[in-house]
Design a protein around this ligand. Sequence first.
Ligand code: SF4
Ligand code: SF4
Length: 254
Amino acid sequence: MPIHEKSLIRPENLTTQEDLVIDGIDVSGHWSTFIESRVITDYNEDIQDEIASLPGGEFIHRCWQCGSCTNSCTINAVNPEFNPRYWIYLIRTGMESELVRDKDIIWQCVSCNKCTYACPRDVFPEGVMKATAHWLHMKGHTPKSPSTIFDEVFTEQVIATGKIEEGRTIRRFFKRTGQGLFQDWVIAMTRQLLKHLPVGLMAHMGLSALIAPRTSGWSRAGKALQGYIDEQQAKNHQALNLATDAVATEREGG
Ligand code: SF4
Ligand code: SF4
């Protein structure tokens, strides 16, 4: 397949003659830049179907590569290498190894959903980014992303208690991601909260952090939720041809 995506031209495949004169005309440097040919052989013809089988990836086939998602993207504005349109192109053309090269950037999506509103084809690019980050983790290309770990901590708390207590969620998230609790930004944010939140609300939050309130009669609902999650995870593993016993390992943080 010929390469017609500019981002696929790697710097190491560009050759420039620094000193070249042809028929008396100086064509050195920029004027004599050549792209060395490169052949991609390791296509994964299943990758689009695999990502489409994960939550958020369902509508990837609709993409017509207009680029509106990338143009509107919050992260692309600060890091031009973060390019949802390009990754969707790689997935649709089965170029797994090219996609995996960007494995340490893809998870940086902040779920602002600007791309989702900009997309004329209802691809739901934010969902595709989430599904792709999940796919990279499930296939063993990356460890769990902080965003996946946060989702897990959040979900575990809902299943256990039927409620969310923010302080507990943040503490567990920090612990699981190996972060210290007393970071400068946390201290600054806590100071602002102490200054501006009503005393009654602060007292309520403090009490909730200590006693971990539960929704009464939640146990059956929590079990049903856990059953549904297990069922969906088993389906996802099956779609990616992964062993189903990996579901338990994944839940345990493996
Ligand atoms: S949701 Fe993610 S991909 Fe979409 S605009 Fe926001 S940061 Fe970019
Ligand atoms: S905005 Fe939608 S159709 Fe356009 S490139 Fe992004 S995902 Fe594809």
